[in-house]
Design a protein around this ligand. Structure first.
Ligand code: SAH
Length: 241
């Protein structure tokens, strides 16, 4: 169960997520074990719960991050069809998930870009990742970058040889804040095939949200599956200073 996975150490937390079935694949477990959540969550890092990180943002609960990675996994890891996966982490906040995703894309040219609309949070994400030797290595190798932008518009990568692949499109897109809709620009930037994990406000309103798994197949045909109900902070305009 979701909330039963809290632990006394990073390893405890990840082992509990695995035992409780929130993490299913060994490669996902390995990636999470490489990232110490204490570098990203200022309080109670090994609780399976969201924690405030300032600027009205939160680091999501570990079981939510686990679910996101499990769902995106086929599009995050290198394969003959996709030797250098490119992933976008929108609303990168603490930088935790951006780091976990970077562990999975492999060293063959795969890359993750974290998009955050609050500049101090963009900086915090990178600073958090620099706390570990592994994080510094990934940053210095260009396997991960944090940028400032409005994630509702995706990210058009013009740096670091980023315009590789299918016109610079993204194999995997994770959205870490609740969107009013599946934004058309995000969908346009999704590779074919590609997958997006996105919390969206329910059409009926009332403040409820569900995560959607949006797939684009090799022919560009889009299908959407509603996964489960969530409570994320909204994907918004940046707050005025
Ligand atoms: N994945 C992050 C989630 C942080 S909370 C983590 O677990 O640490 C959601 C984040 O989305 C916040 O940092 C917020 O500043 C950011 N955000 C909200 N609207 C945004 C937008 N339009 N573009 C980019 N980031 C946005």
């Amino acid at each position: 169960m979701a909330w039963r996975s809290s632990g006394g150490s990073n390893r405890d937390l990840i082992e509990n997520l695995f035992r409780n079935g929130m993490i299913k694949h060994l490669e996902v477990k390995e990636a999470f074990l490489k990232v110490d959540r204490a570098h990203y969550a200022p309080s109670h890092p090994y609780d399976d719960s969201p924690q405030p990180i300032g600027h009205h943002a939160t680091i999501s609960a570990p079981h939510m991050h686990a679910s996101a990675v499990e769902n995106l996994l086929p599009f995050l890891t290198p394969s003959p069809a996709r030797p250098a996966p490119r992933a976008l982490d929108i609303g990168s906040g603490s930088g935790y998930l951006t780091h976990v995703m970077a562990e999975l894309v492999g060293g063959g040219g795969g890359a993750v870009v974290g998009v955050e609309h609050i500049a101090p949070l963009r900086d915090m994400g990178e600073r958090n990742m620099r706390k570990s030797e592994d994080g510094r290595r990934l940053l210095d190798a260009g396997r991960v970058r944090f940028v400032v932008g409005d994630g509702r518009r995706g990210w058009v990568d013009t740096e670091g040889g980023g315009l590789k692949g299918e016109g610079g499109k993204w194999d995997a897109i994770h959205v870490g804040a609740a969107a009013a809709e599946v934004h058309p620009e995000l969908l346009a930037q999704l590779a074919s095939p590609g997958r997006m994990f996105i919390p969206v406000d329910d059409e009926l309103g009332g403040g409820d949200q569900h995560v959607w798994c949006v797939d684009k197949d090799g022919e560009g045909v889009v299908t959407k599956r509603r996964l489960f109900g969530v409570r994320y902070v909204p994907l918004t305009d940046p707050p005025s200073e």
